[in-house]
Design a protein around this ligand. Sequence first.
Ligand code: SF4
Length: 234
Amino acid sequence: MNKTKRTAIFERLRQANPTPTTELRYSSAFELLIAVILSAQATDKGVNKATERLFAVANTPAAILALGEDGLKTQIRTIGLFNAKAKNIIATCRKLVDEHGGEVPRERAALEALPGVGRKTANVVLNTAFGEPTIAVDTHIFRVANRTGLAPGKTPLAVEQGLLRLVPAPFLQDAHHWLILHGRYLCKARKPNCPHCPISDLCEYRQKTPADPKTIPEQMPQSVPELNKKAIDR
Ligand code: SF4
């Protein structure tokens, strides 16, 4: 895909949604960090329900430590893998208090040193809480980047590096959210909604969903593999 096409894709995504952001609800870098840790293999909707309860009683590292692991589990028990997530969140809060004065660090290495925080979570926090032009490749971005031809790659890291190199500078800050939302609501894994896609004429996917619903197969053939969700969970 050439630069003119890439630019046109982002111009259209921007036109459709000029100020994209995460669907996770948060009011501080710390709340965002906790919400992203909780979002592994869970929906944003489910996380928002749990964090609404949790942040009402504890929304700082010290307050969550005071709640204790069992108290935290009670607040987040509706979310998958809540036992492991509670353990990680308590350890992360302890590290934030002991090593960072209770604040979320702005450096990638320090973020990735927190329990339960991998490259993807660090990228989300750096981008959304601190305004850094990073791209967190989740299952949606991985699929969209490969299907469209924006930045094909076999691993999340390859796609991330491709996007960082190829997304035109004016769009880099928001590319992460535009691509996630596009993958979540239009360019879905099983049946991409190509007939209603604003970038259909620019996308290089060869097996676009046809316009006539009667001809849409149950399972679209995939020219790119779906990535194992666990591989890009954190
Ligand atoms: S045309 Fe289809 S495959 Fe291409 S980005 Fe749009 S929804 Fe996805």
